[in-house]
Design a protein around this ligand. Structure first.
Ligand code: AMP
Ligand code: GLY
Length: 401
């Protein structure tokens, strides 16, 4: 069976790595990266052309941009199997305002909010919320369209950078959890809960990034909390939107129960790296079932021990950064037991080089959290590229929250 993964980042490398372990599966990636080239075949060009060319039996979409642009609709129109939401359902991620209005109308718990058209309306709304307050740009922003303002000066600065319509939102406190379910338009199968470390510096300081690391551990969410999230958040959304694909609810576990901070309509990056590392089951039957609307009865098993992914980023990320730095030590890190998922890499000048902000996701599992953390950082220790930086506290629970 041929499976095509659309995308070129660490999430997609982790997916390819997992799928390549399934018996009888040939992995293709479009466009892929040097890490994915180790798991299968990279094919350039448009995803639909690539799927037709290689004769893909199933396609899995990584990033949000093609989903929002309607890649799933295009595949289905040709009768091709694909895991992902159609463009209409992808608006849950493509527009924060659409998502908030949907949550409110569906009675799904979320932070109180106001939608404002411009800075002057925003200033009026801010008076109602007090500080801290959260300001969110409406459209896709690669994880950078959200500002938590602690005072009027920070809110004013945010209004200078966030353009267009905004959501102004009540600040919630609690433990943040990434909750992802695989859905088939009717049924939903939860993946293990993960936590993502979003800010660039240790102790949850500095600006938000796409994610500087993540871990997956049975202790993140109890079984009863998992059921609560399925009943209050996932099932109502799947039913209302006939959602298929990966539904990712960014949750705040507040004293009043789970509240949705955001929806994504895809797997998380870097959450997918520890998820794939910890998943015990063959993932292919569940993916196939999801693409056919036959998810009922599917199960996924997870290893008892947790997994941890530490992101190694380019100097300057999440701001401007340079690329083309030689990456050394990937083999050594893997020889020491870590799995190195490649994100922003390319092969050039006969060597592996940086080509993005988030470069590598060094991932490992262990018997307990300290062991998994130690194994991931043991891998990190052997890797080197000019200007690299990474957080040293990945896997620490409730850090600074
Ligand atoms: P989002 O892209 O909406 O998930 O926001 C990015 C990050 O901002 C989240 O992961 C939270 O850490 C923080 N955040 C967003 N909304 C809120 C909120 N209402 N209260 C507190 N923190 C929030
Ligand atoms: N790590 C957060 C995201 O994928 O949106």
């Amino acid at each position: 069976m041929k499976i095509l993964v659309i995308g070129s980042g660490g999430r997609e490398h982790a997916l390819c790595w997992k799928l390549a372990q399934s018996p009888g599966v040939e992995v293709y990636a479009c466009p892929g990266n040097p890490g994915m080239a180790r798991e299968g075949t990279c094919v350039p060009g448009e995803p639909l052309d690539a799927a037709l060319r290689v004769g893909a039996d199933l396609t899995v979409v990584g990033p949000e941009v093609p989903l929002v642009a309607g890649v799933v609709d295009a595949f289905r129109a040709r009768g091709l199997r694909i895991v992902g939401p159609n463009a209409e359902a992808a608006r849950l991620e493509g527009s924060k305002i659409f998502a908030k209005d949907f949550l409110m109308q569906s009675g799904i718990p979320t932070a109180a909010y106001a939608v404002v058209e411009d800075a002057s309306q925003a200033r009026m709304a801010l008076g109602r919320f007090g500080f801290p307050v959260v300001l969110k740009a409406d459209g896709l922003a690669a994880g950078k369209g959200v500002v938590v303002a602690h005072n009027a000066a920070e809110a004013e600065a945010a209004l200078g950078t966030l353009k267009g319509r905004l959501v102004i939102e009540e600040f919630l406190t609690g433990e943040e959890v990434s909750f992802i379910a695989l859905c088939d338009g009717r049924d939903a199968l939860p993946l293990a809960a993960t936590q993502d470390h979003k800010t660039v510096f240790d102790g949850d300081r500095g600006p938000n990034t796409g994610g500087m690391g993540a871990y997956c551990d049975a202790g993140i969410l109890s079984e009863s909390d998992t059921r609560m999230v399925m009943d209050r958040v996932i099932y109502p959304t799947v039913e209302a939107m006939k959602f298929s694909g990966f539904l990712y609810a960014g949750l705040m576990m507040t004293a009043d129960g789970p509240k949705v901070l955001e929806f994504n309509v895809r797997l998380g990056d870097p959450e997918t790296q520890p998820l794939m590392h910890r998943m015990e089951s063959d993932f292919v039957p569940a993916l196939m079932a999801a693409s056919e609307g036959k998810l009922a009865g599917q199960k996924l098993a997870w290893r008892a021990g947790p997994s941890v992914c530490v992101v190694m980023a380019s100097a300057g990320y999440p701001g401007a950064y340079e690329t083309g730095k030689e990456i050394r030590g990937v083999q050594m890190a893997e020889a020491k037991g870590a799995t190195v998922f490649q994100a922003g890499t390319r092969t050039a000048h006969g060597r592996l080089e940086t080509s993005g902000g988030r470069v590598l996701g060094v991932t490992a599992s262990g018997a307990d959290l300290p062991a998994a953390i130690a194994a991931a950082y043991e891998g990190v220790k052997h890797i080197e590229f000019e200007g690299m930086h990474y957080r040293r506290d990945i896997g620490g629970r409730g850090m600074g929250r």
